[in-house]
Design a protein around this ligand. Structure first.
Ligand code: NAD
Length: 254
């Protein structure tokens, strides 16, 4: 895809699952990939694999819910690799529970990671992009934020919030050369979904999910990097504020 080579990208949650697949693809495309993740070991492994394959990557152990820590790490990354051109807000976390059975401590954790995390990273990174007049952002939300998802009330609220946040940023920053789009994965075979399927009914729930998906299978991490690469590339330069579901046809929006 056009324009990706030699761009510096900050990717959160790139140590595992969907983020690791995005990191590998952006490394193959010639980006310099900064993997910001709580999981230092996983981030180091993914960065190492990108380098072994001939790409450029670094691992940054950071909790995205901590504004000052993110700022320090962004400054270090930019000092080493140059100004950030692309941002992928991908890190996320959830555990299944009916809303009425949850408590504020649980909500705080979900909001801290899935909403405050991307707010923190965006606030720090987008200032530089706007000042330089160039930036591309992909926010990884979820179909849960478009249509809801039983057992994921607060997570869905965060993801719906991310969709609205992305549209507003797209409007505020378009005149300064920054474009912002949102990817909504459907149920995908990673640690988040596996934690939902741990109980005795797990296999039954997985089968129910597959039946509801027109393509009759769960998403795999490799289903997403192509769209992310496209949205960051010059091929998507006339798109901003869009929300795109990649979920085997599970949700279809006009
Ligand atoms: N798996 C699904 O079914 C599914 C569906 C829709 C959307 N998503 C979204 O896709 C994104 C990737 O999730 P995944 O399925 O690959 O999950 P995953 O658990 O495999 O990966 C999430 C990554 O985020 C990191 N992370 C979590 N909290 C963090 C924090 N506070 N600071 C820094 N890093 C943190 C984890 O260490 C992990 O590497 C998330 O935003 C998730 O909400 C996933």
């Amino acid at each position: 895809m056009r324009g990706l080579k030699n761009k510096t990208v900050l990717l959160t949650g790139g140590a595992n699952g969907i983020g690791a697949a995005i990191a590998r693809r952006l490394g193959e495309e010639g980006c310099t990939v900064g993997i910001f993740d709580l999981d230092a070991t996983g981030a180091g492994k993914v960065a190492g694999a990108i380098e072994v394959a001939g790409g450029r990557a670094s691992a940054h152990a950071v909790d995205i819910s901590q504004y000052d820590a993110v700022k320090r790490e962004v400054d270090a990354f930019e000092a080493a690799c140059g100004p950030i051109a692309y941002l992928v807000n991908n890190a996320g976390w959830d555990r299944a529970a009916n809303f009425l059975d949850t408590d504020p401590e649980f909500w705080n954790k979900i909001v801290a990671i899935n909403l405050y995390g991307p707010l923190n990273v965006s606030h720090i990174v987008l200032k530089g992009m706007a000042a330089r007049g160039f930036g591309r952002v992909v926010n990884v939300a979820s179909d849960a934020g478009r249509v809801g998802s039983s057992g994921e009330a607060v997570y869905s609220a965060c993801k719906g919030g991310m969709i609205a946040f992305s549209k507003t940023l797209a409007r505020e920053l378009v005149s300064r050369g920054v474009i912002v789009n949102t990817l909504c994965p459907g149920p995908t075979d990673t640690a988040i979904l596996r934690s939902f399927l741990e109980g005795p009914d797990g296999a039954k729930i997985a089968e129910g999910l597959k039946r509801a998906i027109p393509m009759r299978r769960l998403g795999q991490p490799e289903d997403y990097p192509g769209l992310v690469a496209f949205l960051l590339s010059d091929d998507a330069a006339y798109m901003t504020g869009q929300t795109i579901s990649v979920s085997g046809g599970l949700t279809m929006h006009g």
